[in-house]
Design a protein. Structure first.
Length: 367
């Protein structure tokens, strides 16, 4: 009798144990772990650099992406063998759970790695950016509906400090939506594309350096062969004439099309690199420099360069200027169809906007 009761109890225990397991693709998932993940499923990567994301919960799984340190994902399931199924948008894959921080630790790291930014609400026409946290403070500039900017500081519950065209100011918090941006998984296709891009850039830089060395060597030879001041003057005049001829062949559409090649590249205050980061005037200066035009460095100086034209006669390649307070503080390049391309801000980088996203101050033609 005792043996029969013992057997029944053993059977009940086995049934209960099995009920706590769900089989998915041949791997056991603990229900308690699954419930835990569902209740607190934010996870932050704590890998030294990155951890591979695989197509199944095993080291034998094919690598489909990378999760870099500080990137955020959501855990949808955890497995008894120490793996986790993660998702980020439409991206899904498997990662060893030891490389992910969860719970309280994840929330702490989210505050560390998350980047706050604001977006002007859709029902707001133009939002004033002020010098101080007061509606009576001086207006520096204005930003339009749908524009986004990184948060420099949250000033209580009413104001947010942001940076617009390299100048910091304050906007009223009730006119913006506050969001947090995290790094996300990177697919293998993206990794390969970036590696190819870097390889191409390296080759280009090497070729440029080599050509520069050759040019310098040839220039030295020419200088050595020049024996009179008159000959030197003649050589200089010939060089200037060649540059003028090259400039006349450039069209606004060529400049606009060239500028669009750098769409999506980063914004960097004080920068002039079309690939590694430029601010608004550094971007336009570098674009024109590629075609042999040496225009001034700042947007204020550029607004006095070239020929002033009206909005009705604007053409591709023209520079469009915007005010920050009472002075020019931003410049964009017109690309046609009522649109401009510009190095906007740290969040959006080089992007395309409607020319009238802010009221233009003036338009200048270089070519």
């Amino acid at each position: 009798m005792e043996r029969i009761q013992l057997r029944k109890q053993l059977i009940k225990c086995c049934v209960f144990a099995i009920s706590q397991l769900v089989i998915v693709s041949g791997t056991f998932i603990l229900k308690s772990e699954k419930a835990e993940a569902a209740g607190n499923n934010l996870a932050i990567s704590i890998a030294n650099d990155y951890v591979n994301i695989r197509n199944k919960p095993s080291l034998n799984g094919k690598v489909k992406g990378r999760l870099y340190r500080g990137s955020a994902v959501y855990i949808t399931r955890t497995y008894k063998n120490g793996w986790a199924l993660i998702k980020s948008g439409n991206f899904r894959g498997y990662i060893k759970k030891e490389f992910l921080a969860t719970g309280t630790k994840a929330r702490q790291l989210a505050r560390k790695y998350g980047v706050k930014y604001i977006t002007v609400k859709k029902n707001v026409g133009a939002l004033n950016v002020r010098e101080k946290t007061s509606k009576k403070a001086k207006i520096i500039t204005s930003i339009g509906s749908g524009e986004s900017f990184y948060v420099r500081k949250l000033c209580g519950k009413s104001w947010v400090r942001i940076s617009v065209d390299g100048e910091q100011g304050y906007v009223a918090r009730n006119y913006v939506n506050l969001r947090v941006k995290y790094k996300h998984p990177v697919s293998i296709a993206q990794v390969k594309a970036e590696e190819k891009k870097q390889e191409t850039t390296t080759k280009k830089d090497t070729t440029t350096t080599k050509n520069s060395t050759t040019t310098t060597k040839n220039s030295t030879t020419k200088k050595d062969s020049t024996t009179t001041t008159k000959d030197s003057t003649t050589l200089s005049d010939e060089t200037d004439n060649t540059n003028d001829t090259a400039k006349k062949k450039v069209t606004g559409s060529q400049i606009a099309n060239y500028a669009k090649k750098f769409l999506g590249n980063p914004y960097k205050y004080g920068g002039t690199s079309l690939t590694n980061g430029a601010d608004c005037s550094g971007f336009t200066q570098s674009i024109y420099k590629e075609f042999g035009y040496d225009i001034p460095r700042t947007s204020l100086e550029q607004s006095a360069y070239g020929t002033k034209v009206s909005a009705s006669s604007i053409k591709q390649g023209d520079l469009v200027f915007y005010q920050s307070g009472k002075t020019v503080g931003h410049v964009a390049l017109y690309i046609g169809d009522g649109e401009v391309i510009h190095a906007s801000n740290e969040k959006d980088g080089i992007k395309i906007s409607k020319m009238n996203y802010r009221t233009p101050y003036c338009i200048r033609r270089i070519v």
